[in-house]
Design a binder for this molecule. Sequence first.
Ligand SMILES: [Ca+2]
Ligand SMILES: [Ca+2]
Length: 253
Amino acid sequence: MVSAQTKAPENWFTLDATKDKVQGTGADEALRRLKEKGKKGQTVIVAVLDSGVEVDHEDLKDVMWVNPGEIPGNGIDDDKNGYIDDIHGWNFLSGKGGNVNHETLELTREYARLSKRFKGTDPKNLYGEAKKEYEYYEKVKTAFEEQRAEAEADLANATKQIKPIEDAFDMVEKATGKKDLTAEEIAKIDAGSDADLKRSIAIMQAVMAQGVATRADLEEAKKKPASTSTTSSTTTSTLTTTPAPWWATTRTT
Ligand SMILES: [Ca+2]
Ligand SMILES: [Ca+2]
């Protein structure tokens, strides 16, 4: 059994649930069995639609798809497909070569795009395609506002939960005159009969067990909503399209 305290092996994701007792993909084991049977590999092209790709990863850099019509790094769209230096595809969220730190949802992007056109517009003056597009804008606006309200409620909730933790940091730092105490230093604090200090120490020990060891970690935890991971370098094949999200499927066309 792997307990929460055991550090995961670095290659956990290629290990096998049955053979290695690690909930990975079992890729190493699959490869071993295929080689055992003398199977030869075939080249496949994988188009990544979401998430990030480390294009210079040692296992990927030599097998990355290369756009044959593009000369890298010359600032020219050599194959005239609309993308400059798209040597390994294109990152549609950030553009040329970029990483995305605070990527937005498609819903937010649609709302921003349509707001530019329709904010303050009186629909009475719209006809035909423009009217249909306006109706779509209203649906997007409603969905966007609902999601924003949910996110704001989540943020308020998270802020409320973090307040007692900040208070605990304050109290322990004040009592010891030290910042960024280690787990050992915290364990050695003599709180005597100070129940508040004892409680603060217990809170700090509990959050440390969750990986929040310093005030910087706490600030980081405050900034990060639980459900979104942020840093990704999305390299996407220019040949692919993304399926429409739920809120766009009701669009009247
Ligand atoms: Ca190009
Ligand atoms: Ca080029």
